[in-house]
Design a protein around this ligand. Sequence first.
Ligand SMILES: Cc1cc2nc3c(=O)[nH]c(=O)nc-3n(C[C@H](O)[C@H](O)[C@H](O)COP(=O)(O)OP(=O)(O)OC[C@H]3O[C@@H](n4cnc5c(N)ncnc54)[C@H](O)[C@@H]3O)c2cc1C
Length: 394
Amino acid sequence: MDYDVVIIGAGPAGTAAAHRLATHGLDVLLVDRTAFPRPKPCAGGLTLKSLALLPYSIASVLQRSTNDMTIGLRTGNGDFESQFSNGETICTFAVRQAFDQLNFKQATSIGADFRIAKAISEISVDEGGVRILADGKTIRTRYLIGADGANGVVRRLCAAEVPFFRGFALEGIVPYAQGIPAPHAEIYFGVVDHGYGWLFPKGDHFNVGIYTCDANVSLSKSRLRSYCRERLGTEHIEHMVGYPIGFGGDRYRPASGQVVLVGDAGGFAEPLLGEGLHNALKTGQEAAQAIVDIEAAGLPPHSLAAHFDNRIRHIRTDVRRCRRIAFRLFYPNLVRAGRRALDLPIAKPALLNGFAAGKTMREITNTFLWSALYKPARPQSLVEFEEHPHTLAA
Ligand SMILES: Cc1cc2nc3c(=O)[nH]c(=O)nc-3n(C[C@H](O)[C@H](O)[C@H](O)COP(=O)(O)OP(=O)(O)OC[C@H]3O[C@@H](n4cnc5c(N)ncnc54)[C@H](O)[C@@H]3O)c2cc1C
């Protein structure tokens, strides 16, 4: 056997798994189709619950934190805006390339091996383990974790029955300059069907984008330009790029005992806001922990699927809750449901306090009546960043 565990995809989900496995002394190989650092389309909005999952500080790659956000609502009868403000931090922002590079370094520096493979052409599973054909060479492993994102190959090669669907987001960069509004965070629902437009402030630029959870809605560069013109007064957007986001993880069940999918590959992003980083980190860690537990208990490798399934129940419930809110309640009734969420004296503080406390949507919706009692989260990355902010001058 070449490795205990092979992980295909070295994004947040893959590196989170690799870090946990290597910490426990397992032989791990991370495989990606590109070298690192590499760009990845993503707005880099890291909620406090995401920061809290990381076993090391990422303060060095955070560029901003915010305790307020403009939430807008586009209706047939004009726009409605509300300021969501809290004394506590509700979100932080990083550039994805730097975030991924840091995670990659953390995983490889504690012992995970790394290999580039341009083409994974075959995956087969038998009593002896998993055999992967990568760039014409065979890699043998006892466990395989598919962490290769929304367009991943592992799902296609060995988990055909996964009830997977895609959303889409298109983004670009607007450098701070004279005439561009001051850095601030914004989400504007209804700018596109079943989705929103966003402005996320970074060190020296806005990340601007549009998102939809509906696979039937197509997003165009001209739509992004017009949102950008409306909100920032310019159509000049650099590095415009789009990428799908993987959904459907609430119904995912591993098809094979010793192969599991994590992050966007398994459809674990949540469709309401398109937040994928938290569940990518979490499912990566849970897959790794399931393997660590199986090894410690001397159980056969094919028990991975059942152990992983058990460990991610709460994630599935959260993704299901977000899917139902997105497709049945919020986006189809945006004018009424959206106005309520912005206006109701209970909904707004519950969301604000929930985000500041690092809670999931399931936790917020289950306990919103007690939201005044939520304790703000202070993950190490945030504490270090706020003590020594290194934001570039606007
Ligand atoms: C424009 C945009 C903005 C977004 N903004 C946010 C945000 O602000 N906050 C948030 O929480 N989420 C956001 N998301 C969602 C988030 O980016 C994803 O949910 C997250 O990247 C999933 O992480 P992952 O590790 O599962 O997959 P990925 O980050 O996609 O990583 C997959 C890795 O697998 C590699 N790979 C792919 N195919 C292969 C292959 N065949 N062989 C080998 N390697 C392969 C890739 O190179 C990559 O390194 C956004 C998404 C988009 C598209």
